[in-house]
Ligand binder design. Structure first.
Ligand SMILES: Cc1cc2nc3c(=O)[nH]c(=O)nc-3n(C[C@H](O)[C@H](O)[C@H](O)COP(=O)(O)O)c2cc1C
Ligand SMILES: [Fe+2]
Ligand SMILES: [Fe+2]
Length: 406
């Protein structure tokens, strides 16, 4: 069991390490484990605790707290994020420190009850520009929703220039040396964490950065992996770069057409749709066979595309696996503002197209056109209809008639 570590005068790391975890939140691989970071601020008028840890690590967390203060000294508990990896020890902490008041964002209020399993917790809601002062320390709160859950917030300790960023700027990377200038090369973990947790909420990242940029930040005390104190602006710049949309094509939008095919019927539809999209010089069409795309490449293409068209034949009353693979990548993307559509050839029942279409709608893509379905081998006229479908879809992506058809 390791000890509390001083991050700055009177500010301590009281988090725990989980070196043996190999998968996090189902979707992430954690090759060398992770950490659940939590902090404690000592002041002349009492103690503030910032976040807790996963429940199974409670003993270590409490022994660190006890090494620094008694429970009756704890005045406030700041919960930046209520996911169980950070709120696991909260119910027990509030039992041991019954006078402490919990600070949460307004969005956290309906979650707190379900997570804490009690009605007796004293809490207050805070948001951007609200402050807490205790014993000469000032914490400014910042609303940073969706990073990683809707209720997430950050805070800034004015006197010490520390940003408590929640999951933002975290990495699933365990290294007991704790600080970015002492640990091994965690760059891959920093990017991997961004890709899985932050990328689906890029616009919220940009909004959070615009709050952080008004602050003079010397240290970033995040909730996972190395604490960042060497060059915080480097990591802020990386988030900015990854979350900004590059205008490489000078305002032209990309429409990507994905297909699978056994006898070229759906493929031929895809090519006619491609021609239709390409007829508009303000659009760039791409065409891909999903069976030959790796997941990482799928994600990169999907991310760049404003419009996504997916084509599949019906096979055994279903959509074949490469298409589901593509559809399941969408979890890692920001869907806001993206358009989708579906097409495919079929033999008799033709369920595939509706299945894909309802998935796109469920993911909140804008789906402005009815799906394009063709029985078996497309005729010349049907291929022309596919061309027209491509033209119309392109017009929708360019902003035409969207309101009427949504
Ligand atoms: C193994 C297999 C299973 C199929 N199952 C269905 C089905 O359940 N319903 C249907 O409408 N068509 C079914 N079909 C027919 C295909 O959807 C149809 O041949 C279509 O034109 C193939 O388009 P493609 O050339 O793009 O692959 C099946 C075809 C194959 C080869
Ligand atoms: Fe989280
Ligand atoms: Fe977390």
């Amino acid at each position: 069991m390791s000890r509390a570590v001083e991050v700055s005068k009177d500010i301590y790391y009281i988090g725990v390490s989980d070196p043996d975890i190999r998968t996090f939140d189902i979707i992430m691989k954690t090759a060398n484990g992770t950490t659940y970071n939590a902090y404690l601020i000592k002041t002349v008028d009492g103690v503030i605790i910032l976040d807790t840890v996963k429940e199974e690590f409670s003993d270590e967390f409490f022994s660190k707290v006890e090494s620094l203060c008694s429970y009756d000294e704890i005045k406030y508990i700041i919960m930046h994020h209520l996911e169980p990896d950070h709120s696991g020890a909260l119910p027990e902490l509030t039992k041991r420190a019954p006078d402490a008041k919990v600070f949460i964002s307004p969005m956290a209020q309906p979650m707190l009850k379900s997570i804490a399993k009690t009605d007796n917790m004293k809490f207050e809601t805070v948001w951007t520009n609200k402050e807490l002062t205790l014993g000469g320390k000032t914490l400014k709160f910042l609303s940073t929703p969706n990073l990683h859950w809707p209720e997430t917030m950050s805070s800034y300790l004015v006197e010490d220039k520390i940003l408590f960023s929640g999951d933002v700027f975290g990495s699933h990377y365990y290294d007991n040396r704790l600080f970015d200038d002492l640990v091994g090369d965690f760059n891959y973990a920093f990017k991997y964490y961004y890709d899985h947790i932050m990328r689906p909420f890029k616009s919220d990242v940009i909004r959070a950065l615009s709050l952080y940029e008004t602050l003079d930040i010397e240290t970033i005390c995040n909730l996972h992996g190395p604490i960042i104190r060497k060059n915080p602006s480097k990591y802020m710049e990386l988030y900015k770069k990854w979350s900004s949309t590059e205008d490489r094509l000078h305002g032209k939008k990309i429409i990507s057409i994905f297909y699978v095919t056994s006898y070229k019927n759906t493929k031929n539809m895809a090519h006619s749709i491609y021609e239709g999209v390409e007829a508009d010089e303000n659009l760039i069409a791409n065409i891909y066979d999903m069976t030959a795309l790796d997941e990482q490449n799928m994600i990169t293409i999907l991310e760049e595309s404003t419009g996504i068209l997916i084509g599949s034949p019906t096979i055994n009353g279903d959509v074949p696996k490469p298409v589901w693979d593509l559809l399941s990548c969408m979890m890692l993307l920001e869907k806001k503002g993206k358009f989708g559509g579906c097409f495919g050839s079929y033999g008799w029942s033709g369920e595939a197209v509706e299945m894909m279409n309802s998935r796109l709608k469920a993911l909140k893509f804008r789906v402005p056109l009815e799906p394009m379905k063709i029985k078996l081998i497309p005729t010349k006229e049907e291929l022309h209809n596919c061309y027209v479908y491509g033209v119309e879809f392109g017009e929708m992506v360019n902003g035409k008639m969207v309101e009427m058809t949504l």
